[in-house]
Design a protein around this ligand. Structure first.
Ligand SMILES: Cc1ncc(COP(=O)(O)O)c(C=O)c1O
Length: 311
């Protein structure tokens, strides 16, 4: 596993998903070495801060995560000679906790009641009180969105190689870095592209804002989405439509897709698939691009999608 293996993931056409003559491609970010899209995010954030001499090896890098970002940072940080400390809400999957520890990072679990906001508070406090530490802040740092331009460029090149122009990009929003970075690049290359964002119904700040609704965070089972705040990395001007998804439906679609296709994807890939399929029912002869964030093995111990701490 090398840092040079991050990126250049496949753009997979899902031939068996045939609805109304539409074509669907999925960018396979689960192929990244630590098993998720967050490898790109943290490699870019760390490289950029090193170039600006803000951080240097030997320091302790800190961030908050429900698992994927923590694992990516733990691995990349170790490879580059940093100590890593991850703040994580209690009750995340055993596989992701074990992975972070296996890469040698220190893991601090914060109480479930405050979910990710509790992690942000604890991480900020730790960095204020300790020298030689740096809070990377994937939710607030615009380096997150920037990390995704490269993936956007890959998608554009892969589509051009196949000789197709996309009509839609469909992608779930957590920090929004993935959605916004890719959409920005794709819209530049294909100006008529429509971008559809997805949030979990129980914690949907963009959906609430767009529809003039009061936003309230409620516990849910789509870790990686619905952090409880609107991140700076979600560029509202890039969103053509925002949809919400029920957590259980996304888990169910993940399981059925794995059975149908034998491709090991995670629950938020299930959300992307479901919203893409709903779109395919309504349109004809369109090319739709979506994304598979992470790998099924990260959820093996919670296969029923139940997080007892977050019911
Ligand atoms: C499993 C999973 N899906 C989707 C996302 C959303 O990615 P982003 O934060 O770039 O919006 C995350 C983010 O942590 C995630 O872990």
């Amino acid at each position: 596993m090398k840092l040079s293996h991050i990126g250049n993931t496949d753009l997979l056409q899902i031939h068996n998903l045939k609805i109304n003559n539409n074509i669907i491609f999925a960018k396979c970010e689960f192929q990244n070495p630590s098993g998720s899209h967050k490898d790109r995010t943290f490699l870019h954030i760390i490289n950029s801060l090193e170039k600006k001499s803000v951080i240097q090896p030997g320091m302790t890098l800190v961030d908050c995560s429900t698992g994927n970002g923590g694992a990516a940072l733990a691995w990349i940080g170790r490879e580059k000679g940093y100590k890593v400390k991850i703040f994580m809400p209690e009750g995340m999957t055993k596989e992701r906790i074990d992975q972070i520890k296996k890469y040698g990072a220190e893991l601090i679990e914060t109480p479930k009641e405050q979910f990710l906001n509790g992690c942000v508070e604890a991480a900020s406090k730790f960095c204020i009180n300790n020298i030689s530490t740096y809070y990377l802040d994937q939710a607030g740092s615009e380096l997150n969105m920037e990390a995704w331009y490269q993936c956007g460029n890959e998608i554009v090149d892969q589509l051009k190689e196949k000789g197709v122009s996309p009509d839609y990009f469909v992608c779930s929003i957590g920090t929004g870095g993935t959605f916004s970075g890719i959409t920005k690049v794709m819209k530049k290359a294909f100006p008529s592209l429509k971008a559809i964002g997805i949030e979990v119904d129980k914690s949907a700040p963009v959906y609430s804002k767009v529809n003039g609704l009061y936003f309230e965070h409620k516990p849910h089972n789509l870790m990686g989405l619905g952090a409880g705040l609107l991140s700076k990395n979600t560029d509202l001007s890039l969103i053509d439509e925002i949809k919400v998804i029920k957590g259980d439906a996304a888990w169910e679609r993940m399981r059925s897709f794995i059975e149908e296709e034998g491709i090991g994807i995670g629950p938020t890939c299930g959300s992307n698939l479901l919203i893409t399929e709903r779109l395919m029912e309504k349109v004809n002869n369109k090319v739709i691009v979506t994304l598979f964030f992470d790998s099924a093995w990260k959820y093996q111990s919670r296969w029923n999608g139940i997080y007892p701490e977050y019911l």
